[in-house]
Design a protein. Structure first.
Length: 449
């Protein structure tokens, strides 16, 4: 019998903390939860479907604190800055960036949809489609206009805007409140300190709730696999694959070009926000990750007012993932039904989507509702064509959520750099420091061995 030497035992014991520290990382826990959820969904679908409340409860709890956090962040940021012209400069630059990048996303989706043609060869007869399955989405989309969207921005009252959870009315109230505090001088600063303390308490709530994020990821992915399975991907896999690949390449190449232009390390930023992106993917909710993203963006050097203005506004005006999905989904329906769209019709569709993609902000299933608003306006494709997408809607909403979340995180960094407030040294230290902490365990184990 061979006995282990003292050195071997020390090596084994020394490497153990490295493994333990790896399991303490949120993204590792989420990845394990995703694997277990997929396994449960494949082996025991009926039980997996019952796991959905785990995800719903987590998202509801996080969303409960998002409106007051947005209100506090914007109010405190503006009040501390005290410069209305700077706030206006941030808003104007953000809107310019949103419109340019969202339009590019629509064009990219249009180009890839025409080249890939994911719906070609299906030859589905329009008469065979049942519109009843999407009647709810169509009725929600009928009253969806740009005027309704603008009216929705006006809050009925301060408490009501926060209670209802609509981000744009909360943002409007917060901006007005911040300006009012600026004009109050020292009296206003006492209230600013109180709101600032309340904001940090709300961030504390988020940190507590995030302990159950792996459980929520498990419930969400188990429900998705248990209810929809992988079989549906066999028939509509081309569409899902094309949207996933296009979204990923849009982030890596499109944002990569913008990152190069503004001197931002794209891959390090993606790695830094991996926890939020993973949770947004499994829970199909980017908005729920706003509080965590706010904290990290401020840590990277973005000011409170820039983060508060750009990030929540972007979820209404800068939905790049939804833009890619909408153009490719419309082309998929047309190709599947053997309806040829001319270049002029496609450009008209592009113009309509510039409005419908923004008008659906804050509506449940916003991407699908925006699509339901686009088809009747276009007047060429039957609204019943939406039924072709129902089976894989959940899979596509996952990549939409991730792309929308990251596009707004990245937009905040770009606007911060554009405003000249983002310190390159601090940004690099934060990103590198996070990387070093993550790899500290494995590095220690390597040295000991």
């Amino acid at each position: 019998m061979t006995f282990a030497s003292t050195a071997d035992i020390k090596t084994l014991l020394g490497s153990a903390p490295g493994w333990r520290s790896a399991f303490k990382k949120l993204y590792v826990q989420v990845l394990i939860a995703i694997a277990l959820g997929i396994l449960l969904g494949a082996v025991w679908p009926s039980l997996a479907i019952d796991m959905k409340p785990l995800s719903d409860g987590f998202i509801t709890l996080i969303r409960a604190v998002v409106p007051p956090i947005i209100f506090a962040t914007v109010t405190v940021g503006i009040a501390k800055m005290g410069d209305m012209r700077r706030v206006g400069a941030v808003g104007v630059r953000a809107i310019i960036y949103f419109e340019v990048v969202s339009t590019i996303a629509l064009v990219v989706g249009l180009i890839v949809g025409n080249l890939w043609q994911p719906g070609a060869g299906l030859h589905i007869a329009p008469a065979s489609l049942d519109e009843k399955a999407v009647a709810g989405y169509i009725s929600s989309a009928k009253s969806l206009t740009i005027v309704d969207f603008l009216v929705k921005m006006i809050p009925s009252n301060l408490v009501g805007a926060i209670a209802q959870g609509d981000l744009l009315p909360v943002l409007v109230i917060a901006i007005l409140f911040g300006f009012a505090l600026c004009q109050m001088g020292e009296r206003g600063q006492r209230l600013v300190s109180l709101i600032d303390d309340a904001m940090h308490a709300l961030f504390g709530i988020v940190r507590i709730v995030m302990y159950v994020a792996p459980l929520a990821a498990f419930g969400a992915i188990a429900f998705t696999i248990g209810k929809f399975g992988f079989g549906i991907l066999a028939s509509l896999g081309q569409l899902v694959a094309s949207i996933y690949l296009t979204s990923i390449l849009f982030v890596l190449i499109g944002f990569g070009a913008i990152a190069w232009l503004f001197g931002l390390p794209l891959l390090k930023i993606i790695r830094y926000f991996k926890d939020e992106l993973l949770i947004a993917f499994t829970a199909t909710s980017g908005e729920a990750m706003i509080p965590r993203s706010i904290e990290k963006l401020q840590r990277m050097g973005c000011s409170e007012e820039t983060v508060g203005l750009v990030l929540p506004t972007g979820f209404s005006f800068n939905t790049d993932g939804t833009a890619i999905y909408m153009t490719m989904a419309v082309l998929f329906i047309a190709q599947a039904l053997d309806i040829e769209l001319s270049l002029g019709q496609q450009l008209m569709m592009l113009f309509i989507m510039l409005f419908t993609s923004k008008g659906a902000a804050g509506v449940a299933g916003a991407g699908f509702v925006a699509l339901a608003a686009t088809l009747p306006t276009l007047g060429i494709l039957p609204a019943a064509g939406l039924t072709l997408l129902l089976g894989v809607e959940r899979f596509m909403s996952e990549i939409r959520a991730v792309t929308n979340l990251f596009s707004n995180i990245f937009a905040t960094l770009v606007v911060s750099r554009w405003m000249g407030e983002l310190d390159a040294g601090r940004l690099e230290r934060v990103l590198q420091g996070d990387f070093e902490r993550e790899n500290n365990g494995s590095a220690s184990a390597a040295v000991q061995s």
